[in-house]
Design a protein around this ligand. Structure first.
Ligand code: GUN
Length: 296
């Protein structure tokens, strides 16, 4: 476990706590201004243990900053129509500010159909095409929590992406693509390359990176030979690897081989204790945005 007091580490614990403190004081001001607390409705289908743990974490985080939540647990055999009916009810319910449908969904449900059905003004995940389109056009409303959290980590660590060669490994709709758009904005001004599983000579790209973002979902696959001396390394991966010496039987590792990479990197985010905590905090910020939007 890295020592989080080391100056090269970008400490997600401290930074996410600062975001949560800000959101909490903004919510205090909001409710003392005669508004009801923000309300987040989460939807969980089936019994995926990781998803259940994520949703429990989101409920706890929300309670701590003054956001009210409800979670709809639907059976694994819920039909797409059944889930759509719930989403329509939540869309129409004026007491619901934000809606979050936990992914992945079960095999019989088309994820895009559900994402498209969420009222974009309540889409605190920022996954709806209208919100992704606004982000791409440069006037975002909801920014997906992980890329939003990465941008927040950089700014709160005084890392300015302007002029940097930023290389993102991973082209998902949730992380890689929205992050590329954020780094391209005139507020960030990085030069962005997005690599993926079919990229020829990945290391040739990553070795050029001033800012390297690993978001491919593969344990410890970025090693020291792939990283430029002095780079800023953002590790988005949260991978379970078997570990019989751990109580749970597994431990969490990032997409970056941190022991190998850390000596070369100027700054690096740890796993756990890095980007994941920021993701959780930014959802709270988006839920406050949702409450404000509803009240206008
Ligand atoms: N599954 C993994 N990450 C996320 C997320 O950010 N939001 C939702 N709704 N589901 C997820």
């Amino acid at each position: 476990m890295p020592d989080s007091s080391e100056s090269d580490l970008i400490d997600g614990r401290t930074l996410s706590q600062a975001v949560r403190d800000d959101v909490q004081s903004e919510i205090e001001a909001w409710t003392s201004d005669d508004h009801r607390p923000p309300f987040l409705s989460a939807v969980l289908v089936g019994d995926n243990p990781a998803s259940e743990a994520y949703v429990r974490g989101k409920e706890k985080d929300a309670a701590e900053v003054g956001i009210e939540t409800e979670t709809h647990h639907l059976d694994a055999d819920t039909s797409q129509e059944g889930l759509l009916d719930l989403v329509y009810d939540l869309n129409a319910d004026p007491s619901v500010d934000g809606i979050l449908v936990q992914l992945p969904l079960t095999d019989n449900i088309n994820e895009q159909t559900i994402i498209d059905a969420v009222d974009p003004s309540k889409d605190v995940d920022g996954f709806h095409p209208e919100n992704l389109g606004r982000l791409m056009r440069g006037n975002p409303r909801y920014i997906p929590a992980t890329p939003y959290g990465i941008m927040e980590m950089l700014s709160r660590s005084d890392i300015d992406p302007e002029g940097m060669d930023a290389v993102i490994v991973g082209r998902s709709n949730i992380v890689g693509k929205p992050l590329a758009n954020l780094l391209l904005r005139r507020t960030a001004n990085a030069t962005v390359t997005v690599c993926h599983s079919r990229t020829r000579d990945l290391a040739a790209h990553t070795r050029r990176a001033d800012l390297l973002v690993a978001a491919a979902g593969q344990a410890a696959f970025i090693d020291g030979t792939m990283v430029k001396e002095g780079a800023v390394v953002i590790d988005v991966g949260i991978n379970r690897v078997e570990d019989s010496s751990a109580d749970r039987g597994y431990r969490l590792v990032g997409d970056v081989d941190s022991e190998d990479v850390r000596p070369r990197a100027a700054r690096i985010t740890p796993v756990p204790g890095g980007v994941g905590l920021m993701t959780r905090a930014m959802l709270l910020k988006n839920t406050l945005t949702a409450a404000r939007l509803r009240a206008t």
